[in-house]
Design a protein around this ligand. Structure first.
Ligand code: MN
Length: 513
């Protein structure tokens, strides 16, 4: 199976001790190799698992943890105690471990060999209490980790490991994300602002401002031939739909959009950035009627749509937090089927049978969630500094369940909020010139939207059909940020209590630091 994350490894360390003699450790080693091979051959774990041997002493634990910290390929460690492994030998290593940890409570053999069961067998297969001893020291030391319980050949257990592995890949990637803000975040907006220093300390994302004037230097160097070639690619990928703009304006605007895309791509590549934001109030140039005008004719929406589909994080109106989170979501989502997008809560549909919320944006919805081949259209967009016709991909989303996510800055901490939603079929909207999705938050619009507002959620979110709350829970655990999820079991009063308890927990946690 082709792994979605070729450049990463998950390390497997088996805990044991030398009390039972070298022969036992040899058997433990053999079993461990077979189990790691089994996980790799399952086709379920998206990252290669690498067996790093048994750890039989404090020195050995420390050495493997230090090696994991120092190896950029290592996205996380799986530990498993084959025999009893006195947990004080894990203290110094766990103190140093900086990579995500998964504690797998499993056993080499599935069932007790009833007929031959003896003391030797029991002493060799002690995961039942070896893992409990290890779990204790993790809890005593407050080590964040995921505990997966189940037989190593079971699909259910393997799927839980796979979720954790994807979240670990997201964390590893976040550490290397550089997000460029083309222009600043939109003036006066509270929810898209926050502490970028703390953001990098906690989550790894590095956010930089990039002058639009420098972007324009790239823009003016894009040749007509380069733009024409990209337009040819558009023709192959999308349905060409020429409406009120007329043929001449249509192709002129599509070509402008292609130029903007090429310029953005080049800057992102040259600056080694994998996420970006735009702002409709900052588009370069001054007077569009000036014959020497150099600037975007509108926000580069088509470019943002296409770059998002390739994994670039995107946030509109300078929303750097959502741009970074979308990048992570896309990384975790790699190789999964149904897709993901940046979205914004736009318009409500209070209907007698089921209230829903129309998700869209001025232009920037990712075509990965499209139900059909997107249409390439040109329409007027009257928002921002330059009110002009501009190109965009128009489609409606697939139906089905998904999850939306956001990170907010609460002043003393970041809170990751997710909400499970069901995308439903909208009625035809022949006059809507942008892509959209129509969803109902769980357990109902009233409770789901109410809880989101109480949690301080954003109007922008990063959405995926393929991920579940378990991915985000693992991600929050690994990064040490607060996490709340809104799902089919959420009640407003229960959710309020959770928020109040969290407030107290984080206040105390900060005070005790
Ligand atoms: Mn917006």
């Amino acid at each position: 199976m082709v792994k979605a994350f070729d450049n990463l490894e998950i390390w497997w360390v088996t805990g044991a001790q030398l009390l039972y003699g070298g022969e036992t450790v040899k058997i433990v080693d053999g079993h461990s190799k077979e189990m790691v091979e089994g996980l790799n051959n399952s086709g379920i774990i998206p990252i290669k698992v690498v067996y790093k041997g048994t750890a039989n002493s404090s020195k050995e634990v420390e050495a493997v943890m230090q090696a994991a910290n120092n190896d950029a390929k290592c996205a996380g460690i799986i530990t498993w105690m084959h025999t009893f492994s006195p947990a004080k030998m894990w203290i110094k290593g766990l103190q140093q471990l900086q990579k995500p940890l998964l504690h797998f409570h499993t056993q080499y053999n599935a069932e007790i060999p009833w007929d031959t069961m003896d003391m030797d067998f029991m002493n060799l297969n002690q995961s039942a209490h070896g893992d409990i001893e290890f779990g204790h020291i993790c809890s005593r030391m407050r080590v964040p980790r995921k505990v997966v319980v189940g037989y190593w050949k079971s699909e259910e257990a393997q799927k839980k490991i796979a979720v954790w592995a994807r979240a670990a890949a997201g964390v590893a990637d976040a550490h290397n994300v550089r997000c460029l803000m083309f222009g600043m975040n939109m003036n006066n907006v509270a929810v898209t602002d926050g502490d970028r220093v703390e953001f990098e300390q906690r989550l790894g994302y590095h956010v930089d401002y990039y002058p639009v004037s420098s972007l324009m230097e790239y823009f003016k160097k894009v040749t007509d031939a380069e733009a024409d070639a990209l337009v040819e690619e558009y023709k192959k990928l999308y349905t060409i739909k020429i409406d009120e703009s007329g043929e001449k304006v249509y192709w002129e605007k599509v070509k402008n959009a292609a130029k903007a895309e090429i310029a953005l791509r080049r800057v992102l590549k040259d600056e080694n950035a994998t996420a970006f934001t735009t702002n409709f109030d900052d588009l370069g140039g001054a007077d569009i009627d000036d014959p020497n005008f150099l600037g975007f004719d509108q926000i580069p929406g088509l470019a943002s749509q296409r770059l998002m589909a390739e994994g670039y994080g995107f946030g509109a109106e300078g929303d750097w937090k959502t741009a970074c989170l979308y990048r992570t979501l896309w990384v975790m989502n790699q190789g999964l089927a149904k897709g993901c997008s940046f979205l914004e809560d736009y318009t409500l549909n209070f209907a007698a049978d089921c209230t829903s919320s129309l998700q869209s944006h001025m232009l920037e919805v990712c075509p990965l969630i499209a139900s059909d081949k997107p249409k390439l259209e040109v329409h007027f967009l009257g928002i921002g500094i330059r009110k002009q016709q501009t190109a965009r991909l128009v489609f409606t989303s697939k139906t089905g369940f998904g999850i939306k996510a956001t990170i907010v800055d609460l002043g003393n901490r970041f809170r990751l909020i997710t909400s499970e939603v069901e995308c439903i079929e909208p009625k035809p909207m022949p006059k809507l010139p942008v892509a959209s999705a129509l969803w109902v938050p769980q357990p109902s619009f009233e409770v789901g939207a109410g809880a989101w507002i109480l949690a301080g959620g954003t109007h922008h979110s990063a959405f995926s059909y393929d991920l579940t709350a378990e991915y985000w829970e693992d991600f929050a655990e690994m990064t040490g940020i607060e996490y709340v999820n809104i799902d089919k079991n959420t009640t407003i009063s229960g959710f309020k209590t959770q928020l109040q308890n969290n407030e107290m927990y984080y206040m105390l946690k900060n005070a005790l630091k």
